[in-house]
Design a protein around this ligand. Structure first.
Ligand code: ADQ
Length: 461
């Protein structure tokens, strides 16, 4: 690559990246190319909306744009998280159509493009992350940016039927066509994206698989994201400084780790654990406890407050019914946990529950597998609706809407013979290794550098 790399993402790291993962992968790519990372300023209302603030510089620059309180309400909580997030996660019932949301979303993207365009040279490569910035390439092209621009959507691509709930459904295809490369998590997402283009009379399919849209061509491909398995495994093997991490209750540990989001299927998970406990009532099977770590997010959105209340109610009821003097079956922690602690907890857990109703990939599934002792591994119970399930076919795949099936899967996981656990784990671990996050970043950028050139490098007026 002759120019620099420009990365745009909603969050921008303020300090040094401390552990493996997406931040490190982007940090490495930026360090190699001496580029720029642009994101929203962590302090709202902290500066001039018409300029970028330098957060840190070193091998590359980190620049932040500013969101006003109104932008935060309408662009971030509004269009991004109350329209696009539910739309992409199959919850059209939660989509809140609002002209103010739409105007703020388009306005913030146009402003970020204005601030960014003068910094982008024709030989640079721009990599834009996620649903906060769908119209950004359109705006950059309008300002004459001819550099290659790639996009990666971390969340599921919405089905065609869901797109019709947008105020102007055709926008999605027009926004995406301004990128040279649209990267998605799974083959299923790629199929959904191509279906959208196929249904659009403005799009034409080329023999090389690219899509021509007006005077541009766009490549659509899947790049399943992963983790740095080795660094995670190393953290998991480290000795516990706090003896037993305070979780040795004498019961088999089942773990769940999620942001508290309605897409993660937490109420169904708790109900399934309740059904599993019911199934074991009166038997002399060993006790099992579910440790759920779920820090609240986006609490200013009503649907997020509602899920928190619902979970507290279900866990309270189940604990009331099943607890004994020396045993609480569900331990529910509302805060984040240090990465190293998390890694050791995964290793101790005999099973991990990932029960997403929709999920772009789900990195918890991959982290859990990486953290296991290959000689005596725990079992991953994985929703069919998580992107990770497309390749991790030897996990115990479940339908998160089927409570009884999930309860049976917990029983199966906790009683699975060691040979079967080893065989399933070895397969999952191969998948995790094949999708290492550094290689993932390299393959997106490699593809962006070589994907078929656009038909016209001039901006669409
Ligand atoms: P998320 O929806 O945030 O990401 P996920 O992929 O599971 O979901 O990643 C969550 C990350 O946060 C994991 O690394 C996990 O360890 C960490 N985490 C979650 N809860 C935590 C807690 N309580 N304490 C500490 N760490 C915690 C979006 C998409 C996903 C996609 C990723 C990456 O929704 O589908 O996999 O981006 O593309």
């Amino acid at each position: 690559m002759s120019g620099k790399l420009v990365v745009v993402s909603n969050r921008i790291p303020t300090g040094a990246p401390s552990s493996g993962g997406l931040v490190v992968a982007l940090h490495d790519a930026l360090t190699r190319s001496g580029g720029v990372w642009v994101g929203a300023h962590p302090d709202q209302d902290a500066g001039d909306p018409e300029s970028l603030t330098e957060i840190a510089s070193g091998d590359y620059d980190r620049l932040a744009f500013h969101l006003s309180e109104d932008d935060y309400e309408n662009y971030y909580l509004g269009f991004a998280n109350s329209v696009l997030w539910p739309l992409c996660h199959g919850r059209v019932d939660l989509v809140e159509i609002s002209r103010a949301y739409e105007a703020a979303y388009l306005g913030v993207n146009a402003r970020v493009a204005r601030l960014l365009a003068p910094r982008i040279g024709p030989d640079d490569m721009v990599w834009i992350h996620d649903y906060h910035f769908l119209p950004l390439a359109v705006e950059l092209r309008r300002l004459g940016v001819t550099a290659r621009i790639g996009f990666f959507l971390h969340i599921p691509f919405p089905p065609l039927s869901a797109l019709s709930t947008l105020p102007t459904p055709g926008d999605f295809a027009a926004w995406l066509s301004a990128f040279d490369l649209v990267g998605l998590q799974t083959r299923r997402d790629t199929a959904a994206c191509l279906e959208m283009f196929r249904a659009d009379p403005r799009a034409e399919f080329m023999t090389d698989g690219t899509v021509k849209f007006h005077d541009r061509t766009v490549s659509v491909r899947s790049f399943p994201i992963g983790i740095d398995a080795d660094s995670f495994a190393e953290a998991a093997r480290a000795p516990d400084p706090e003896a037993e991490l305070g979780v040795d209750t004498g019961a088999d540990l089942v773990i769940g780790v999620d942001r508290l989001d309605y897409s993660k299927g937490l109420p169904n998970r708790f109900r399934a654990f309740g059904a599993f406990l019911d199934g074991r009532a009166g038997s002399d099977a060993p006790r099992a406890s579910l440790l759920q770590i779920a820090p609240p997010t986006r609490e200013r959105v009503a649907a997020y407050r509602a899920i928190r209340t619902e979970l507290e109610e279900i866990s309270g009821r189940l604990n009331g019914a099943h607890s004994e003097l020396d045993w609480t079956p569900i331990r529910y922690i509302h805060r984040g946990v240090e990465r190293s602690t998390l890694a050791r907890l995964y290793r101790r857990a005999r099973a991990c529950l990932v029960t997403s109703l929709a999920d772009g990939m789900n990195l918890v599934a991959k982290e859990y597998v990486a953290a296991q002792d290959p000689e005596n591994p725990g079992v991953l119970i994985l929703s069919r609706f998580a992107g990770a399930a497309e390749d991790m076919t030897e996990a115990l795949l479940v339908n998160p809407y089927d409570i009884d099936e999930m309860a049976a899967a917990i029983e199966t996981a906790l009683t699975m013979p060691i040979e079967e656990r080893r065989r399933r784990h070895a397969h999952s671990l191969r998948v995790v290794r094949d999708t290492h996050v550094t290689r993932w970043a390299q393959s997106v950028l490699g593809c962006l550098a070589t994907c078929p050139p656009t038909l016209s490098l001039r901006a669409t007026p």
